[in-house]
Ligand binder design. Structure first.
Ligand code: URA
Length: 469
């Protein structure tokens, strides 16, 4: 017997060199024992592996298949792959085109399982933030079904290039310090730090996108198998969301459309006098008919918060929930905003938060009301109220969240990516800071982008800290 000892479970370079030499020496598959690391060798009468001195041609199709299949968590994979290579070399040139061949079929199935595992790791890996004497690092725990860490780590290097991170798995760990990628021994789940502030973000996000009327349990479980749940903060809410889905969907169907109120009578006159300037303004705005948006909205959503705030935040317009509750930023975007404000060290009650447009603009679609962006004329008209709020609050800093707010502030179209994250002098003692709208984060499809953009949002908001004083 010839024993080949590979360095680690997915040691492609080691397998490749050994397989080439073995094929060149015409060694039959049955004569080879494949071992990994320090696995014990049960055969004492070994012949040494042949030297790799004769060049052989290996079809590209085999390399592509073998590079993936070698990561499979199947102790037979090396023998399986070497067997296929040996047969190709013995003259079965078209072997890989025969998917019904048991060996080829097996290798293809294993490659498929490995690719799926790689995809799931990219989708379901969740970093947690740790700060210690060495600075801030991010640590994730993942239990891959196959030996995919080495192959997948470069993906995370590209995605999180500027972060220092470690990915811990039971067999190996990958560590990136911003410059170098290293692999080390495995770890246990107990080595994972406590939940961080992102965990709550994931939960808020998942609850916001979970549509009970669209729930298809089998499709959901196939996309997000239960075995990944224990590492996903948002999965804590899944049982409750599933349990409540049928009654919620039933209630959605039974409910009348969110009441658009055509041709409403003006609000009943309030007889008691306003006690503050803000209340007086809010009441006036409550009867606003400056543009047609009031007709279908439930009510004017005026700004709220501290009237002595040093910082004023401007959003775009109230959303569905804000329209019903009459308060700005209390729906999904508001929850993201609250998190980011806390992360930046800003205290929401000490701020004044308003919108560029004070009525919800939407398009009815079935029973839902779909947000529509306000147009220039609507922003321009509603600026009347924004200017009143500015004059009353006299903030030292105005933060424009997104393009509509920035347009209201600067009277022109603003490219957020170009202008964000810097302090811009306005008139008098007021400065402006432009950043993204938090609903942009809710729309991002994958975790990497979400994390990156959330961190950039918090960074922008931190520029406001000196104005809190
Ligand atoms: N989006 C906004 O711009 N404002 C709100 O109040 C809510 C969502």
């Amino acid at each position: 017997m010839t024993t080949i000892r590979l360095g680690f479970p997915a040691d492609w370079a080691g397998f490749r060199a050994a397989a080439r030499a073995l094929v060149a020496a015409n060694t039959p598959p049955g004569q080879i024992t494949w071992l990994v690391g320090d696995e014990p060798d049960l055969f004492a009468d070994n012949t040494p592996p042949p030297a790799n001195d004769a060049p052989i041609t290996v079809p590209r199709r085999f390399v592509d298949l073998a590079e993936t299949t070698i990561m499979a968590n199947d102790p037979e994979r090396f023998g399986l792959l070497y067997g296929i290579l040996f047969r190709i070399h013995q003259g079965e040139a078209a072997l890989l085109h025969d998917a019904a061949d048991p060996a080829v079929h097996r290798a293809l199935m294993l490659a498929h399982a490995v690719r799926r595992d790689i995809h799931k790791m990219r989708a379901f890996l969740r970093f947690r933030e740790v700060t210690d004497d060495g600075g801030t690092r991010h640590v994730a725990w993942f239990e891959p079904a196959h030996h995919i860490l080495e192959a997948n780590a470069p993906f995370f290097v590209r995605r999180f290039a500027t972060m220092a991170w470690s990915i811990l798995t039971p067999d190996r760990a990958a560590h990136w310090d911003g410059t170098t990628l290293r692999f080390g021994p495995g770890a246990t789940r107990a080595d994972l730090p406590e939940d961080d502030r992102f965990a709550e973000c994931w939960r808020v996000y998942y609850r916001a996108i979970f549509n009970p009327a669209r729930l298809k349990l089998s499709a959901m479980l196939s996309e997000m198998p239960r075995k990944y749940w224990k590492n996903l903060p948002e999965a804590r809410d899944i049982p409750e969301l599933i349990a409540a889905a049928a009654p919620r969907a039933g209630a959605m169907l039974a409910a009348p459309p969110t009441p658009p109120r055509p041709a409403r009578a003006p609000p009943a006159p309030v007889t008691d006098p306003p006690t503050t300037e803000w209340e007086a303004l809010k009441r006036q705005a409550g009867a606003c008919r400056l543009c047609p948006l009031w007709e279908h909205a439930t009510q004017t959503v005026f700004g709220e918060g501290s009237t002595t705030a040093r910082i004023m935040l401007i959003g775009e317009q109230p959303g569905d929930q804000e329209d019903l509750a009459g308060r700005p930023f209390i729906g999904p975007a508001g929850q993201v905003l609250d998190h980011a404000l806390r992360a930046a060290g800003l205290d929401r009650p000490a701020l004044y938060i308003t919108n560029a447009v004070k009525h919800f603009k939407f398009e009815p679609r079935g029973k839902r009301r779909i947000h529509q962006k306000p147009n220039e004329a609507e922003i321009e008209t509603c600026k009347f109220w924004l200017d009143q709020e500015r004059a009353m609050i006299e903030p030292a800093l105005i933060i424009a969240l997104g393009a509509s707010a920035a347009r209201a502030l600067f009277n022109r179209a603003i490219t957020i990516s170009r202008e964000r994250g810097k302090l811009i002098p306005l008139n008098g003692a007021t400065s402006a800071l432009i950043t993204i709208h938090p609903s942009y984060l809710l729309r991002l499809p994958d975790e990497a982008a979400k994390r990156r953009e959330y961190a950039a949002f918090v960074r922008d908001l931190r520029l406001a800290l000196p104005y809190m004083a």
